[in-house]
Design a protein around this ligand. Structure first.
Ligand code: FE2
Length: 245
C-alpha cells in the first residue's frame, strides 16, 4: 500500500490541489482520488473490523458507529499503511504549507472508521476542534457509499467580509476531503432506509502537545460520543505502555 499511495500522489498536480485548498479557505475535495483496486483493499478491512463497531447516540447531535485507531492498528494493515505513508505526509505538508505530523499513538481518533448503517445515522454541524496545541487537519476518505447522506460543508463561515458557501458532497469510494478542522463547519445528513455509508478519517497535527486537562476532556468525549469507555481507557493505557517500551 505504501508504494501504491506514493505513485497515486506522484500522478497528482499537487500545486493545483494546493491552490484549490487555499482558494476555499483550507478545504479541498479530490473526487475518486484513490483508484478502485486500492479502495477494495481498504473495504476488505472494513469488513474485518465490522464486529468491533461501537454504536452511540447523542440526542440532537449524532448517531452512528465507529471503530477506533486501537482496533485498526491490530486488524487493518492497509489502512494503517495509508495513514503512515511518508508520501501522504509530504503531500499534506505541501498542500497545507505546515509541517504536519500524525497524532500520538494514544489518540483513538488518529485514524478511525465511521459507520452509518441504520436509518437516521448522522452527525450535526460541528468543527473538528483541536484539543492539541497545534492545528488539526482532517482527511476524510469515502469507502462505502450507498446512501442519500451528504457531507454538508460551509466554507468561509465566520470569515469577515465573505458569504459562506455551502457544498453538499457524496463521499464516493476513493473521494478524499482535506480541511483545517477549526475552519470547516460541517455535518453528515441522516441516512435513509436500507442505505450504508462508511468513511475513514485520518487526523494530522502541527504540534502534538496537549494540556493534561484537555487530554482528560478529549478522552471523555471519545468515550461518550465515539468509541466507549472500555476502548478509550483500556486502549490508551495499552498504547501508552507500548509507546514507552
Ligand atoms: Fe467532523
Amino acid at each position: 500500500m505504501t508504494d501504491e499511495v506514493a505513485s497515486v500522489i506522484g500522478r497528482l498536480d499537487v500545486e493545483a490541489v494546493r491552490a484549490a485548498y487555499w482558494r476555499q479557505n483550507e478545504f479541498v475535495c479530490l473526487e475518486r482520488w484513490l483508484p478502485p483496486e486500492l479502495v477494495a483493499r481498504l473495504v476488505a478491512e472494513v469488513e474485518t473490523v465490522r464486529p468491533a463497531v461501537h454504536r452511540n447516540y447523542i440526542p440532537k447531535h449524532k448517531k452512528g458507529g465507529s471503530v477506533s485507531y486501537f482496533t485498526l492498528v491490530e486488524q487493518a494493515p492497509a489502512i494503517l499503511a495509508l495513514y503512515r505513508s511518508p508520501a501522504f505526509l509530504t503531500f499534506l505538508a505541501t498542500v497545507t504549507g505546515r509541517p504536519v505530523m500524525r497524532c500520538p499513538e494514544t489518540d483513538p481518533h488518529s485514524c478511525a472508521l465511521y459507520f452509518y448503517t441504520e436509518p437516521g445515522d448522522h452527525i450535526g454541524f460541528h468543527y473538528d476542534t483541536s484539543y492539541y496545541k497545534g492545528t488539526r487537519y482532517t482527511v476524510l476518505l469515502g469507502l462505502i457509499e450507498r446512501s442519500s447522506s451528504r457531507l454538508v460543508c460551509q466554507l468561509f463561515k465566520g470569515e469577515q467580509g465573505r458569504e459562506p458557501v455551502e457544498l453538499r458532497l457524496a463521499t464516493d469510494p476513493g473521494t478524499l476531503v482535506l480541511f483545517n478542522g477549526d475552519k470547516l463547519w460541517h455535518a453528515i445528513t441522516p441516512l435513509g432506509e436500507d442505505e450504508e455509508r462508511v468513511s475513514l478519517t485520518m487526523e494530522f497535527l502541527t504540534d502534538a502537545g496537549m494540556h493534561p486537562v484537555k487530554r482528560f476532556v478529549s478522552n471523555m468525549k471519545d468515550a461518550v460520543a465515539y468509541f466507549g469507555f472500555r476502548a478509550v481507557f483500556l486502549g490508551v493505557t495499552r498504547h501508552a505502555s507500548r509507546a514507552s517500551q
